[in-house]
Design a protein. Structure first.
Length: 175
């Protein structure tokens, strides 16, 4: 059975936030922790599932951050940011970096990348990016970064689908 959500205003092209959130929740995304070092040298990190590739040549990626986020100014001013793609066993890391914890990095193993960017250990992939562009996007700021370094490990990734954490698995068809 298919359910359709009507927009709240009844006007064509306008949809309510709850209906949009529900429909977007049916799109599986990877789970990342985006990191930077503030101008004052403070480590900053947050969980995000808005990460996506943009271009291979030049190597560009993007992610977005709410304009209401406390970390917005740190990321706006940062010359570099890191993208840490979480592994299936890093649910607690995802939860830590999405919670109002005073020191999100406490007890989380990491090493420093280019530009002082914290790179979390145990991830399936890591990217160090130089901030390339920042765009206004409604209630979010979209960050586009040029990838300077990246690494990957062969293990299952953590996925977010239907407001729940999941993990990747091979499809039974083998394709």
């Amino acid at each position: 059975m298919r359910a359709e959500a009507a927009n709240q205003s009844g006007m064509p092209g306008e949809i309510g936030a709850d209906a949009l959130r529900s429909a977007l929740g049916r799109f599986a995304t990877g789970v990342t922790v985006i990191t930077c070092r503030s101008a004052e040298g403070v480590l900053v990190g947050l969980t995000a599932n808005s990460f996506n590739s943009v271009s291979l040549d030049p190597p560009l990626v993007l992610w977005s951050l709410s304009k209401r986020a406390r970390s917005l100014e740190a990321f706006r001013a940062a010359t570099h940011f890191g993208v840490n793609v979480l592994a299936w066993d890093q649910v607690e890391v995802a939860q830590r970096f999405s919670s109002p914890v005073a020191d999100r990095f406490k007890g989380i193993p990491f090493h420093e990348g280019e530009g002082g960017v914290p790179l979390l250990d145990g991830c399936v992939a890591r990217f160090v990016c130089v901030t390339h562009h920042q765009y206004e996007g409604g209630d979010h700021l979209i960050f586009v970064g040029r990838v300077h370094t990246c690494s990957a490990e062969d293990k299952p990734a953590l996925v977010y689908y239907g407001s729940r954490y999941a993990m990747t698995a091979d499809h039974p068809s083998g394709r």
